[in-house]
Design a protein around this ligand. Structure first.
Ligand SMILES: Nc1ncnc2c1ncn2[C@@H]1O[C@H](COP(=O)(O)OP(=O)(O)OP(=O)(O)O)[C@@H](O)[C@H]1O
Ligand SMILES: [Mg+2]
Length: 391
């Protein structure tokens, strides 16, 4: 698929911007702070209803304006859809498809699929488990938009249950008794939604694992034909269920994860840890406590991998996402936001080679020299609130 047209109003630094885009590679060039990332962030918003840089909508609306509008015409297998989003912080956002209102913004998920590479991605390797969970969940939603609802419901239940645990703990400490019946109701919700999310993640990890290994080998490849075994990349899901998780779940060629079975395991585990949960006032079991282990050979990438290896891992995760989504039947748009400046010459060249054949690649860079020759397609200069096509 590709984005044929992007229009924004009062989005970030842009009062207005209008870009006619084409398949193939397009480069946005401009000095720091001119608004290049803001433009690709707008495209990202159409795909994910979120930003890769901030967790809330408020910073996306131009300072002084009350709402932002993003419009994107997306072409998929010859069929074009116009997606329009109105972002109004503090109120419900609105969405339209082909000028017709839709029930809720979530209905646009799935129309545009992207894989975005950004400097912030290094946190997937180096940061807290939350970063890796977000990587998984974002990809899960990109593959199957219904998981946006599952994830939102799970977060809501988790919040309520954790609040209840806190008050139960406080009640117990002051000599009262905890309201266990209400807690049991929330256990049920947590287990049901948690099992669904967990099953989705496990199946996703099983599907993406071989792609990560091969993408890492392609990025890191040197003149030697194969990587030494200590430098082979793997991913592995680590669940707060521990041994209660069936061993062949989340493993390539394993059976699909059964949500009913996971729900039962979660309930059992919740019962077991209940005293600790009340004591500490936190939910100790569920997908919000899990992690995606990134391994180089036998060692975790986090804390062990070099800077260059960490970047190779990041690129491998993004490339693997691209291959997986393509395999699913809709080739996503690739967005490379200022990543070439982060990479050494070898990784730059490898990445350029690996993405040059994609249906659409959008690249941002401060200077044209940062963009490898394989990707010099159309070029826009971004300067002082203007974006102009120069090639
Ligand atoms: N809500 C907003 N309202 C007005 N201006 C904003 C808003 N959000 C961000 N900006 C401005 O946008 C600019 C940053 O834009 P952007 O991140 O797109 O730059 P860039 O061209 O990608 O730069 P770099 O090359 O450094 O990555 C900053 O000057 C910032 O002040
Ligand atoms: Mg930028």
């Amino acid at each position: 698929m590709y984005v044929r047209h992007l229009q924004v109003t009062d989005f970030r630094s842009w009062p207005h911007a209008d870009l006619a885009l084409e398949p193939g590679s397009t480069v946005l060039i401009g000095a720091n702070g001119q608004g290049k990332t803001n433009l690709v962030e707008a495209i990202g918003y159409v795909a994910t209803l979120g930003s890769h840089r901030v967790a809330t909508d408020a910073p996306l609306v131009r300072d002084g304006a009350s709402r932002a509008v993003v419009r994107a015409a997306v072409v998929n297998s010859g069929r074009e859809l116009l997606v329009e989003l109105e972002i109004t912080p503090g109120k419900a956002n609105r969405a339209r498809i082909n000028r017709g209102a839709v029930g809720r913004p979530r209905d646009v998920l799935g129309i545009l699929r992207i894989v975005l590479f950004a400097p912030e991605d290094l946190a997937i390797v180096r940061g807290d488990p939350g970063e890796r969970r977000r990587f998984l969940d974002d990809l899960l939603v990109a593959r199957a938009p219904r998981f946006a609802g599952v994830r939102a419901d799970y977060d809501r239940v988790l919040k309520q249950r954790s609040a209840l645990l806190k008050s139960a703990g406080a009640a117990r400490r002051s000599g009262g008794s905890a309201d266990l019946r209400t807690l049991e109701v929330w256990d049920g919700h947590l287990a049901r939604l948690g099992a669904e999310l967990l099953a989705g993640r496990l199946d996703l990890v099983a599907a993406i694992a071989p792609h990560v290994t091969s993408a890492y080998a392609s990025v890191a490849a040197t003149e030697e034909a194969t990587l030494p075994s200590g430098r082979v990349a793997h991913v592995r899901y680590r669940s707060s269920l521990g041994d209660a998780l069936p061993e062949d779940y989340g493993v390539p060629q394993g059976p699909p994860a059964d949500p009913a079975e996971l729900e039962k395991a979660l309930l059992t585990e919740l019962e077991r840890v209940r005293p600790q949960e009340i004591e500490r006032g936190v939910s100790l079991v569920g997908p919000h406590r899990d992690d995606l282990e990134l391994l180089l050979g036998e060692l975790p990438a986090k804390g062990y991998a070099s800077h260059g290896e960490s970047w190779s891992f990041v690129l491998a995760l993004r490339l693997a996402s691209y291959h997986l989504l393509t395999e699913d039947g809709a080739e996503p748009v690739l967005i490379l936001d200022d990543v070439f400046a982060e990479l050494d010459r070898h990784r730059r060249a490898r990445l350029a080679e690996l993405v040059a054949g994609a249906e659409q690649v959008l690249v941002t860079a401060a200077v044209p020299e940062d963009v490898p020759p394989e990707l010099t397609g159309a070029r826009f200069d971004v300067c002082e609130g203007e974006v102009s096509r120069v090639r």
